[in-house]
Design a protein around this ligand. Structure first.
Ligand code: ADP
Length: 258
């Protein structure tokens, strides 16, 4: 079976003014259809490096990265990405509808069809009747919803999210987290998610890839046995949640081997 994402023995050494810096040593994992996989690890562990490599935004030196069976050498067609900083990812002079339609129009989708798909995507993220507003007229959480709508409007097979909820307040963050699982179900896509928030990784994922400190390797891939339906209160009180959370913290805080 072809995995949606296959990262096999990935290694990346950056060239810095002080010489080569090995950020990622040996990272192997995969993501299947409709799966949500998070990458967590200490700060500087190479989470963003791995994510950007999958998204075709970053070259790599060792191993192989494939999306839908094809070696990644440029941003893959069936992939869409959501960044942390919504204020820089939306075009401020363009309406919300225009922002969501933009990638569709660039891909040659006729205007009426693009408008229809944009309206559907905006409805899926809980925004209706605000298409003519400008991004700054919406709250931060709503702007991030627009960025998500823009990403899913093209119906990608893989959605890549880099710390997408790190810039909003705690309540908004919960609301946005609760958007992810229904979107995965409605759009039938795989999601690869980077977060530094262990609770968030457990709450949202089917599996959590825990990286060691740089030069990073896989500390462990932790399966999350919480089933498909989750909510912020009951799910977080379940013993399976506590066990996974405990294990991931243990791995992240493990002292560096002498
Ligand atoms: P994380 O997302 O886990 O915090 P990153 O992937 O951003 O980690 O970075 C991993 C390591 O590689 C860090 O030590 C970082 O300073 C270094 N790094 C990232 N990008 C570059 C770059 N372009 N040039 C040099 N070093 C980099």
């Amino acid at each position: 079976m072809t995995h949606v994402v296959e990262v096999d023995g990935l290694g990346k050494t950056y060239t810095t003014k002080d010489g080569p810096f090995e950020a990622v040593r040996d990272v192997t994992f995969h993501v299947d259809d409709n799966e949500i996989v998070s990458i967590v690890g200490p700060s500087g562990a190479g989470k963003t490096t791995v994510l950007r490599t999958v998204a075709g935004l970053q070259t790599y030196d060792r191993g192989e990265v494939r999306v839908l069976g094809n070696r990644v050498e440029r941003p893959p067609a069936d992939l869409a990405m959501v960044f942390q900083d919504y204020s820089r990812s939306l075009l401020p002079w363009m309406s919300i509808e225009g922002n969501v339609m933009l990638p569709l129009r660039s891909a040659g989708v006729p205007r009426d069809e693009a408008r229809r798909r944009a309206a559907h995507a905006l409805k899926s993220v809980g925004i209706e009747g605000r298409g003519s507003a400008k991004p700054q007229q919406l709250s931060g959480g709503m702007q991030q919803r627009v960025a998500i709508a823009r990403a899913i409007a093209s119906r990608p097979r893989l959605l890549v999210m880099d710390e997408p909820f790190a810039s909003v307040d705690a309540q908004t963050r919960m609301d946005l987290e609760d958007l992810v699982l229904p979107l995965r179900d409605e759009y039938e896509m795989a999601i690869l998610f980077v977060t530094h928030d262990v609770d968030e990784s457990v709450y949202l994922s089917d599996r959590v890839v825990v990286l060691t400190r740089a030069p990073s390797e896989i500390a462990e891939i932790v399966p999350i046995e919480l089933g498909p339906s989750r909510n912020q209160f009951d799910t977080k009180e379940r013993p399976e949640f506590a066990h996974a959370r405990h294990r991931i913290f243990e791995l992240i805080r493990r002292p560096v081997a002498a």
